[in-house]
Design a protein around this ligand. Structure first.
Ligand SMILES: Cc1cc2nc3c(=O)[nH]c(=O)nc-3n(C[C@H](O)[C@H](O)[C@H](O)COP(=O)(O)OP(=O)(O)OC[C@H]3O[C@@H](n4cnc5c(N)ncnc54)[C@H](O)[C@@H]3O)c2cc1C
Length: 371
């Protein structure tokens, strides 16, 4: 049953890409929504991401994540258009494709086999031999033996996407509060009543969405899958070139390369379970640079501009936790792990439907927060 908007007041905990996308979706449907962010919106993983929309590359087996990822990838192009209309910001959505390059024949066969199911599922996966790869990507290492090309995977610029989402949400009526640390979800008689901040004040709400990324388990009263949400650190190195060398996302052994239109190239990324240690380590920078220059030797001449690290919200099993909970009005949207940018539009749509009392467009059983 659709809920009456007039009395509905939704609080979103966390101003990352998930919280902002949900806020925009709700606000543009007339729901009063406030985003509570302990720091400033976009402070964490959402601005640190590489921006690969790798629905196919990220899923080497069929299953609910593959379905969810494909649905979300299809939403990105119209989303980018709507964001440009609403804010004037180009989020650099580019239907650039993704090339998964291998340096050895056995490795290429392994990846070919593991992605074979996607062709049967009607998705485009094209194998390129060494010569075709070099035509497509002249700067690739002479050691490359071939690649799998996912022409429909894409990329976006996360900081631009985030800026646009926040502005669009605010223009649609969403309110953002920075420096608002939510300590716990308040509920009574099986129904959510609001949230309590660390100064003990309560923000009343008819609906609460937990979108606190890697910190979601620290919010008291947020029911989450067993094991909770843990941080999976990723480090990135950014290079700057005079002019772009390629436009596709390039994935190779031990690194990926994500180009930006202005000549920057992001080299990612480590995957480390080291708690909330916000560090860039010398070893990781060395390994990423080694792998990137091995894959694309011309990068050795690029300028080293920046490096950073952040935390992917990981739930055991790797599936996000999206859905209602046993407490009425309390919805969870977290655990997007390596794919929060990719999955943001579908998450917003699904959570928006749940909060507005509509039936979600996909079966959420596999993603249930209480699984
Ligand atoms: C190095 C790296 C590369 C990545 N590359 C990609 C990529 O190419 N493609 C892709 O799709 N995904 C990528 N990701 C994953 C993606 O960044 C995340 O899945 C996504 O950003 C998660 O968004 P979120 O909003 O859930 O979390 P976050 O962006 O971390 O936001 C959560 C917010 O909640 C706030 N918060 C926490 N606790 C509280 C509280 N108690 N009260 C109030 N506020 C709170 C935090 O301050 C934070 O701002 C990458 C991640 C990393 C680290």
């Amino acid at each position: 049953m659709a809920r009456s908007k007039a009395r509905q007041r939704c609080v979103v905990i966390g101003g990352g890409v998930i919280g902002c996308s949900v806020a925009w979706e709700l606000a543009r449907h007339g729901v009063a929504v406030t985003v509570l962010e302990r720091s400033v919106p976009g402070a964490e993983a959402s601005s640190a991401a590489a921006g690969i929309l790798g629905a196919q590359f990220e899923c080497s087996e069929p299953g609910p994540l593959f379905e969810l990822a494909l649905e979300s990838r299809a939403l990105h192009a119209p989303w980018a258009k709507r964001l440009a209309q609403a804010t004037g910001i180009d989020v650099e959505y580019r239907a650039s494709g993704l090339l998964h390059v291998e340096l050895g024949a056995a490795a290429l066969k392994r990846v070919r086999d593991s992605y074979a199911f996607q062709r049967k599922a009607g998705q485009r996966v094209v194998e390129l031999g060494a010569r075709a790869l070099r035509q497509r990507l002249p700067s690739i290492s002479p050691k490359a033996v071939g690649a799998l090309h996912f022409p429909d995977d894409a990329r976006v610029d996360p900081p631009a996407l985030f800026r646009a989402l926040r502005i669009a949400a605010e223009r649609a009526g969403a309110v953002f509060r920075s420096g608002a640390y939510v300590r716990r979800v308040v509920s009574a008689s099986g129904r959510v009543a609001g949230v309590e901040l660390d100064d003990a004040s309560v923000v009343p709400a008819t609906d609460v969405v937990v979108a606190a990324g890697s910190w979601s388990s620290l919010v008291e009263g947020a029911p989450l899958p067993s094991g909770g949400v843990v941080p999976a650190r990723g480090q990135i190195v950014e290079l700057t070139l005079q002019a772009p060398l390629f436009d596709a996302v390039v994935h190779g052994p031990r690194c990926y390369l994500v180009p930006r239109d202005d000549g920057r190239v992001l080299i990612g990324s480590t995957l480390e379970f080291v708690g909330y240690k916000r560090e860039v380590t010398a070893g990781a920078v060395r390994d990423l640079l080694d792998a990137a220059i091995g894959l694309c030797p011309a990068l050795a001449d690029a300028q080293l501009s920046r490096s950073w690290s952040s935390f992917r919200p990981y739930v055991k099993g790797g599936l996000p936790a999206i859905g209602p909970t046993e407490t009425q009005g309390l919805v969870v949207a977290t655990g997007h792990y390596r794919n929060g940018i990719l999955l943001a539009p579908i998450t917003a749509e699904l959570v928006g439907a749940l909060v507005r009392g509509r039936r979600p467009s996909l079966d959420l059983a596999a993603f249930s927060p209480v699984r």
